[in-house]
Design a protein around this ligand. Sequence first.
Ligand SMILES: Nc1ncnc2c1ncn2[C@@H]1O[C@H](COP(=O)(O)OP(=O)(O)OP(=O)(O)O)[C@@H](O)[C@H]1O
Ligand SMILES: [Mg+2]
Length: 323
Amino acid sequence: MTNNLTASGLVNSASRSSASVDKAHASSHNTTDYFKALYQRDVVLQVDKLTQSFDQGGSKKVILKDVSLQIHEREFVCVIGPSGCGKSTLGRIIAGLDAYPSGKVIVDKEVVKGPSASRGMVFQGYTLFPWKTVKQNVMFGPIMEGRSKSNAERSAREWLDIVGLSKYENHYPHQLSGGMKQRVAIARALINEPKVLVMDEPFGALDPYTRQKMQKHLLDLWRNIDITIVFITHDMDEAVLLSDRIVVLKANPGEVQDIIEVPLARPRDPDIVTDSRFLQLKARINNIVHNPQPQPDFDPALAEMPDIPRMVPLDKKDQQINH
Ligand SMILES: Nc1ncnc2c1ncn2[C@@H]1O[C@H](COP(=O)(O)OP(=O)(O)OP(=O)(O)O)[C@@H](O)[C@H]1O
Ligand SMILES: [Mg+2]
């Protein structure tokens, strides 16, 4: 792909070049074949023995320990794990926003040493520039790259069309709903044609209805463009709905507990969450995630909750009330 490729060109050429992959998506009832084909694609993101630690309370705390992953072209991978296990830390390192002391992160054959156009990022918090219009927000990357204003404007309009926000190009972020802001954020990331898009709980602040719509929109986008997505979420339904594979991190320190294939045929619709095969799979994955293991943070006192004696006398009428 070249930087001068228009958004529609990117979408069209990507759908053409990956026709066989899309076909596999559309009819992949044989999920074994689907994963066989997936693993034959090039590795676009490689994380090798990644370790990260931070100073906390005067001492170094290891947050990520020996995290290793291989993610293939056009794969959709979700990362789940308990709060504080290091999901965002991992996402920020892949995006090139944070340095890492040991291990290796390679995206599209280049060692990650800082931010680059090959990696896009969408966060949960709305991170649009409030003083710029929707169109100016989306144009930001291409302008920074040195493209002409008219060229950047043309691409921005195409991407806004793709995310369904053409009518809002002159609005400011405060005039948009949460879902619309995230669509602008997605367009702003995709206009740079990244190889890998890291999304850190991008729909976490949306109401359930908008969230479902956004999940479907993202799946449609992903099916039709040449992009690999690393999607961080707390939500198991979301992880199963979206993923080819789910990376489960455990906490203290953050290590890869398991990498689980999601053998559900594509395309998937958000309604699939009530399907019995989806529920069975979710139960199986829940079992893996909550597999009884030593839980260092588990408070044993919770298991022995005492009966609480009444500490103040009840007056007469309160004695009638049975709590
Ligand atoms: N810049 C930093 N300096 C010090 N500690 C940090 C820094 N960034 C993250 N941490 C710590 O690293 C740990 C992991 O944080 P991180 O935000 O990656 O977790 P998370 O899995 O994304 O959690 P959540 O699910 O709540 O978003 C936390 O204990 C956090 O306090
Ligand atoms: Mg986080």
